[in-house]
Design a protein. Structure first.
Length: 89
């Protein structure tokens, strides 16, 4: 199953995370894996709120970075699909 624009995503309960400067470090408690998100990934992670649709995350990010909405949408969807595959969302 892939993440779509109308999907609502939330942080997985098995993931603990902390902000370090402009990055986020995440630990999957079940798998014993850790991940580090770059500044853009960290910002996407921060925008994820229960009930917020992916399209709204894309809109906020495109406005903040003054980016092309289509490119931003594609990149956010790919990133969230990757996080979904890891079980982080």
């Amino acid at each position: 199953m892939s993440v779509g624009l109308h999907s609502s995503v939330a942080h997985s309960e098995t993931i603990v995370f902390t902000q370090l400067d402009d990055t986020v470090v995440m630990m999957d408690l079940e798998e014993g894996q850790y991940y580090e998100l770059d500044p853009v990934g960290a910002r996407i992670w921060a925008l994820i709120e229960p009930g917020l649709r992916v399209a709204e995350v894309c809109e906020a990010l495109a406005a903040e970075y003054d980016g092309d909405p289509g490119t931003c949408r594609d990149d956010v969807l790919a990133f969230l699909d990757e996080l979904h595959g890891l079980g982080a969302v």
